[in-house]
Design a protein around this ligand. Structure first.
Ligand SMILES: Cc1cc2nc3c(=O)[nH]c(=O)nc-3n(C[C@H](O)[C@H](O)[C@H](O)COP(=O)(O)OP(=O)(O)OC[C@H]3O[C@@H](n4cnc5c(N)ncnc54)[C@H](O)[C@@H]3O)c2cc1C
Length: 487
């Protein structure tokens, strides 16, 4: 039997020098090894990096970055690669600096309610590590069982329970960062909140890996709520579900989570790995969770049930126990992946709208679906108006990828037109660069790129992400052409 030999590329001097920095077991540079790093969760565009390195500590990150800076080699950071807007795609044959070997929980300070983690530490592991002491980490993206806290910081990740507790930026107390010139800096050392001066933590959180590489994070941890109850409500009409969302909030209740799925999304989750038996003929369901001190929870649940009844709910129930609650959440949290059960491909969009515009924008999305002749499922954080239209398409059909991208842009325009935004939590990356123009003027964009230039003056770090460039129209044509060629 003959085994195919690995094709070896001639090893250039940069690869040799990077190998000296991180060690031979912590670098990949053969084409077949690099294939897994040609995209993230935004799979429409692919590009191979020059190499992937896996530093084991901050000093190795700094040495590699210094090397890249000195030799003008583009580079970018990567966590788990679950990003949905292409932020970790190596557009410029970058050296990818993967943080997955820096994956430890460094310390927990229960007295001051803080924990320090390395950037490759997986989000859910933090809650799992501290829950026995009655604490948890609030930001809970649906990808939390695999995505890293470093990636969460870069994307300012949100999650189902961010309605009440806020997104990642509200939970970051300090950062260690390797600047694009290799310098190591500490922002808000020791996790002291409210430091005077500019809010650097605020600028860095959500900067999509364009200002520096995060190598250590101090996060806020919270006391686990004393009690929680979860409600599932089925509506025949999506308008009734939307109005119930607004009325729950205007009743003064801030649920921990207030999620919505429409009929197409329900079809997907019921065909996925965690079906729970939702009816197939309803237009919308709401998953609502209330938490806090036990006293008062029942009263809020009664109010929620009454709002739902006022809006013609077909059926509404409270989870009997933790097992049932867990099943409902597994069904919701695996919702994106479940779309794979009803469509060969799907594109996840991420717009934000004022809650009161929910019925109007959902109708607009229906119209977009008809116009482009593509099914669109909606599964989203209704309480904070963060929509996730999932555009279902088949990349094997000529022109359909292009149509899906255009339908995605139309959904984002519909959000921007009602005073909303083009991203709630998934970031801009390469996917929504041009759509930044829906919400910012040229002057505002210039002001933001001026900030990037202060941190990243040579633009070697994650080049070509986040901000539109005049040549973006060309970029998109290139993407579509390449996609068509790949099939
Ligand atoms: C099924 C699914 C469900 C999802 N659900 C949610 C959700 O509910 N809420 C939500 O907000 N997101 C969600 N996401 C998107 C994604 O999981 C988040 O954006 C997450 O924060 C990305 O983390 P990551 O470790 O995978 O980062 P990556 O994808 O590896 O990187 C994302 C960006 O961060 C940068 N980066 C990574 N690490 C660092 C670092 N240490 N320093 C500087 N920059 C860095 C990268 O350069 C890139 O630009 C979901 C994704 C999937 C696939």
């Amino acid at each position: 039997m003959f085994l195919a030999k690995k094709k070896k590329r001639p090893v250039d001097r940069h690869i040799k020098n990077l190998t000296n920095i991180v060690g031979a077991k912590s670098i990949l540079f053969h084409k077949e090894d690099l294939l897994s790093y040609d995209c993230d969760g935004f799979t429409i565009h692919k590009a191979l990096p020059k190499a992937v390195i896996f530093p084991k500590n901050t000093e190795e990150v700094a040495a590699a970055v210094t090397y890249c800076d000195t030799h003008n080699i583009p580079f970018l950071a990567r966590g788990a690669g679950t990003g949905l807007s292409g932020g970790a795609i190596p557009l410029n044959e970058e050296v990818i600096i993967s943080l997955v070997k820096m994956k430890n929980l460094l310390s927990v300070d229960y007295e001051n309610r803080q924990a320090v983690v390395q950037p490759g530490y997986v989000n859910l592991k933090l809650t799992n590590s501290i829950s026995s002491k009655g604490y948890y980490y609030a930001p809970d993206p649906s990808s939390q069982y695999v995505c890293t806290i470093g990636g969460n910081v870069a994307e300012n990740a949100g999650g189902a329970h961010c309605l009440k507790y806020g997104v990642t930026t509200n939970h970051i107390l300090g950062l260690e960062l390797v600047l694009p010139n290799g310098e190591i800096v500490e922002i808000s050392e020791g996790g002291v909140p409210d430091m005077p001066g500019y809010d650097l933590l605020g600028i860095l959180t959500g900067s999509e890996g364009t200002l520096g590489i995060v190598t250590k994070i101090t996060v806020r941890i919270l006391r686990s709520p004393e009690g929680k109850k979860t409600v599932l409500a089925y509506f025949d009409r999506v308008e009734d579900g939307s109005h119930a969302v607004s009325d729950i909030i205007s009743a003064g209740i801030i649920p921990a989570a207030l999620e919505m799925m429409d009929q197409t999304a329900i079809e997907g989750v019921e065909a996925g790995a965690f079906p729970v038996g939702h009816p197939d003929d309803i237009e919308a369901l709401l998953l609502i969770e209330v938490d806090g001190i036990i006293e008062g929870i029942d009263e809020q649940i009664e109010q929620i049930l009454s709002v739902c009844r006022n809006h013609n709910v077909r059926d509404v129930k409270v989870a009997r126990d933790e097992e049932e609650r867990g099943r409902w959440w597994a069904n919701r949290k695996t919702g994106f992946g479940a779309m794979g059960a009803i469509s060969p491909d799907y594109l996840v969009q991420d717009g934000v709208i004022p809650r009161s515009s929910l019925p109007e924008v959902l109708q607009n999305i229906k119209d977009i679906s008809k116009e482009y002749n593509l099914r669109i499922a909606n599964i989203f954080h209704a309480g904070d108006g963060n929509l996730h239209p999932l555009i279902l398409f088949d990349s094997r059909i000529e022109g359909e990828t292009e149509k899906a991208l255009q339908a995605g842009t139309a959904c984002l325009k519909a959000c921007a037109d009602v005073g909303g935004s083009i991203t709630g939590e998934h970031g801009v990356g390469i996917e929504k660069k041009e759509e930044m123009r829906f919400v910012f003027t040229d002057d505002e964009l210039d002001a933001q790129t001026a900030i990037r230039d202060v941190f990243n003056p040579k633009d070697l770090l994650n080049k070509g992400k986040l901000f539109p460039t005049p040549s973006r129209c060309m970029d998109i044509k290139k993407i579509i052409k390449e996609t068509a060629a790949a099939h």
